[in-house]
Design a binder for this molecule. Sequence first.
Ligand code: PGA
Length: 253
Amino acid sequence: MRKKIVAGNWKMNMDYADGISLFSEIVNMVRDEKNGDQEAIICAPFIHLNSLAKLGGTIVHIGAQNCHQNESGAYTGEISAKMIKSVGCSYVIIGHSERRQYFAETDALLAEKTKAALANGLTPIFCIGETLDERNNGDYFNVIKSQLTNAVFGLAAEDFSKVILAYEPVWAIGTGLTASSDQAQEVHAFIRSEIAAQFGSEIAEGISILYGGSCNPKNAAELFAQQDIDGGLIGGASLKSRDFTDIVKAFNA
Ligand code: PGA
């Protein structure tokens, strides 16, 4: 059975006090709604991670939104996977389209970051997805295949089996334009078939593939009901405790 996961991505939002109060609300609300086979995660800015890990316990797990590929050294302003692990985090988002776009992160760099995360006991939530142009010119399967091939298909099978994937069409992120459940399922099924071709069907069946891009309490249940959609990576709606909790509840709708 694949894990069902709802992961929030706060991005660069929430000062310290606001983050603590939002997270406390989320923990209290999610505690009553989450089933045993579900996982709720909040990926917060670095300043929050230590405090949230202490507050959340096992009810809502904590993730970072990025890590450096090296363990330590003269990289002013950077944070390593080892440091993130040391404050009680279990997850890290790698390869979000905003990192690819604004910080010029390449597939080769993301492959290194993924290895660093795994080597330090963090579960990578690895993001892939096409732009609007790539969707419109029908190139999206190739784009997604090359992101997988160049960044995570080089991992050993045992390592790859620990990764969570997130399909996030760039045109759907923060735009209010959600991929339809059919569009999302089509890509998720494609991703799973590519994993099967690379690593075999047992690993492909075990990997959780999340959908991200304007996922909200209204569309989550239909998306999550698709055969190959195992949850969501939630941006805007993770900044409201009620909305985030309602998305967690969408698995039981
Ligand atoms: P959104 O962001 O839910 O605000 O569209 C999703 C993401 O970027 O992970």
